[in-house]
Design a protein around this ligand. Sequence first.
Ligand SMILES: [Mg+2]
Length: 103
Amino acid sequence: MELERFQQEMAKRFAEFDRESGPFFLMTVLTAELGELAEAVKNDDPTGVSEELADLIFTAVSIANIYDLDISNALEEKYLNKTSKEISKGWTEPYLGKRTDTL
Ligand SMILES: [Mg+2]
């Protein structure tokens, strides 16, 4: 299933409930799911990793739907339209201690 279609289906089924729950509630769920993913990775459990990634994506898409965001488009613009060097630049700098101006 394509992400765009998945997001549209999620909006039909859950957007009203998600808006009532609010983004802060979903952030709490997202954080809990991230912890569950970390546990599955720690246990080297591929089935668990798959389930927890699905939970994370489900929750992230719910947050996107609250704000009427096209997450498929955002992923394409942020990751497919950039080089791997452009993408990874922001990830490595803090660990190399190069961004002293921001802290
Ligand atoms: Mg979970």
